[in-house]
Design a protein around this ligand. Structure first.
Ligand SMILES: Cc1ncc(COP(=O)(O)O)c(C=O)c1O
Length: 305
């Protein structure tokens, strides 16, 4: 990872190497931290952050779900994120706000514990690299099911939830695949370890609904909106595993993955085994929108300067 100069920590800029916690920190021991993944893109008017308000809302909602006392308002977090980009002189970045219990000790009770917020911004290309986006990736349906909301709140971006993502990714990678696809505990397609999924059948975009225990992604919402502009029909409905094998196209979407075509699932080619035309067209449109080249969606961008 490329080191940046500064991390925002509880309202102050600290040197990258000084943003440290004790090994007995509650959120390190028990996975009780909440985080977000946000991107800042280079635009003609300088760096701009994509759908910042929506990410901050989800961040604060994650904390609310766990009754975690948020000591910074949405406005303060927004200022903190913008100043982290500025202070590090970044034009494009992946931004990682992280709220955590800083108390040290044994015992998972959170009552009376105080929180800290750190904001890091680092240069970070697409999660699957340029090759992943241009050539597509190969996926495996995981033997690990997606956590469900009667066990853990899937709508919170809590660190602990990502053990489910990690174990599925380990299995997929060890088996020679690029990424996992997790099924819900109801036996329907849920999502990737850190991405939502779409399939395309006869020109219709299909994506699992909330009921499939997905994290309802902001990129997923972006795709639904821009697909409508492009005259594409979108259906939010449950997807059976075998539909992954026989669809015309499939792709992942997420802040880190952006729009990444899936070219095979469980060693069965999706469509003709090449990135699909609809995924490509959506990817191009998305890339223009996040870079401020599409007037209609400039409102989704928060300029840094
Ligand atoms: C489990 C999971 N699903 C989906 C997504 C995509 O969400 P977004 O588009 O808001 O980045 C993410 C990324 O945060 C994720 O971690």
């Amino acid at each position: 990872m490329q080191k940046q100069q500064f991390i925002w920590l509880d309202g102050k800029m600290v040197k990258f190497e000084d943003a440290k916690v004790h090994v007995l920190t509650h959120s390190l021991q028990y996975g009780s931290g909440m985080f977000e993944g946000i991107r800042c893109y280079k635009t003609a008017a300088g760096p701009a952050i994509f759908r910042l308000g929506d990410h901050i809302r989800r961040f604060l909602n994650s904390a609310k779900i766990y009754r975690m006392p948020a000591k910074f308002s949405a406005e303060e977090l927004r200022d903190g994120i913008i100043s982290t980009i500025k202070k590090n002189g970044l034009e494009e970045a992946y931004i990682r706000p992280f709220m955590f219990y800083k108390d040290i000790g044994i015992g998972f009770n959170t009552k009376g514990k105080s929180t800290s917020v750190a904001i890091a911004a680092i240069p970070f290309g697409n999660l699957f690299g340029h090759a992943g986006v241009s050539k597509g990736i190969r996926c495996k349906v995981s033997s690990w099911l997606r956590i469900n909301s009667s066990t853990l709140p899937v709508g919170a971006k809590a660190s602990g939830n990502y053990l489910n993502s990690i174990i599925a990714s380990i299995e997929a990678n060890d088996s020679g695949y690029d990424e996992a696809i997790l099924m819900s505990s109801f036996g329907k397609v849920a999502e990737g370890p850190g991405e939502n999924i779409f399939i395309v059948q006869d020109g219709i975009l299909i994506t699992p609904p909330k009921q499939s225990d997905i994290l309802v992604g902001i990129t997923r919402d972006t795709i639904i909106k821009i697909a409508g502009d492009m005259g594409l029909e979108v259906a939010e409905r449950e997807i059976r595993r075998e539909e992954l094998y026989v669809s015309d196209e499939a792709f992942f979407c997420g802040t880190a993955a952006e729009i990444t075509p899936i070219i095979s699932v469980d060693s069965r080619a999706v469509g003709n085994g090449k990135p699909g035309q609809i995924a490509k067209a959506l990817g191009e449109r998305y890339s223009k929108i996040v870079r401020g080249e599409d007037k209609k969606y400039r409102g989704w961008l928060s300029p840094v300067d």
